[in-house]
Ligand binder design. Structure first.
Ligand SMILES: [Zn+2]
Length: 291
């Protein structure tokens, strides 16, 4: 029989998974609320409220509803390393997806499974991807050329990257840079939205900056080194991300991770958070989500 404590406790946000910035934000809000009660009402009421609130934070991880959604953004704006979420929070503006889409998503006429096989076959034919009985790997020369392109694009500003992505996207696709506004804005958050210009959200694909860097660079390298068609190049950009060993954004080492933090790390806090992602060990950029 689990104890009452065990039954009340939310393992997602406590113990090893406790997110200290979220806890600190909650404790600060609780203290401020108690101070208000002490001033206007009574000290004993404030003490009781404080005790109750602290118990909830201890058991559930946080007191204020939706903390995992707002606290990373709030904490990231406060000074001090303690509050540093490592810029890993996938802070999406309203309407933005949990994880990045791909250039290849724009072309959804094909049956996905079939298209995936055709793309892999084309990459094998072109010598970009190599296969033996043991494993599938990326050609070393292609990897080096791709990394050079990523280095080159990394130093460009958003508009210039959007232009490169526009050139990499299939004909007829537009690319807009979207940054969330207001106090929730985090400095490094922007999305590259690939669309057919119809302003129909169903036809929009939102790419994070690291993914945009990776895919624009991959398409450029494919255009230089292979005779794959424009459509195939865009379709290949997403699957090629599974071969990333260096982060497009900072050149840090890419790791396979199953880490799901309260709110900051790859995987996020949503109920359907993916278990396995490729993410940068240095900057936390999420680079591929295995489904
Ligand atoms: Zn990185």
């Amino acid at each position: 029989m689990p104890s009452l404590y065990e039954r009340l406790r939310n393992d997602d946000y406590t113990g090893e998974r406790r997110c200290w910035p979220c806890t600190a934000v909650n404790a600060a809000i609780l203290l401020a609320a108690c101070a208000g009660v002490a001033r206007r009402r009574s000290r004993s009421l404030a003490a009781a409220a404080g005790l109750g609130g602290a118990a909830v934070i201890a058991l559930r991880g946080y007191l204020v509803p939706y903390t995992p959604r707002f606290a990373p953004r709030l904490a990231s704006r406060l000074p001090g390393e303690f509050f540093d979420h490592g810029d890993t929070a996938p802070t999406s503006p309203p309407g933005a997806p949990e994880s990045s889409a791909s250039l290849g998503d724009a072309d959804d006429d094909d049956d996905e499974g079939e298209a995936g096989e055709e793309v892999l076959a084309a990459l094998l034919d072109a010598g970009v991807v190599l296969a033996d009985e043991q494993r599938v790997s990326l050609d070393d020369d292609f990897r080096a050329a791709w990394r050079d392109e990523m280095r080159d694009l990394r130093n460009r500003d958003d508009e210039a990257l959007a232009a490169a992505l526009r050139a990499a996207a299939p004909t007829g696709q537009e690319v807009d840079v979207v940054t969330p506004s207001g106090w929730l804005r985090q400095d490094d958050t922007r999305w590259f939205v690939v669309s057919d210009g119809s302003h129909d959200p169903a036809n929009e694909n939102w790419l994070s900056r690291p993914v945009a860097l990776s895919e624009a660079a991959a398409v450029r390298t494919l255009a230089d080194d292979t005779d794959l068609s424009e459509g195939r190049r865009a379709q290949a950009a997403g699957p090629l991300r599974t071969f990333l060993e260096r982060c497009p954004a900072c050149d840090g080492a890419v790791e396979e991770t199953t880490e799901v933090d309260c709110c900051g790390g790859p995987g996020g806090a949503s109920a359907d958070a993916p278990d396995e992602v490729l993410a940068c060990g240095d900057c936390g950029a999420r680079l591929y989500t295995f489904e």
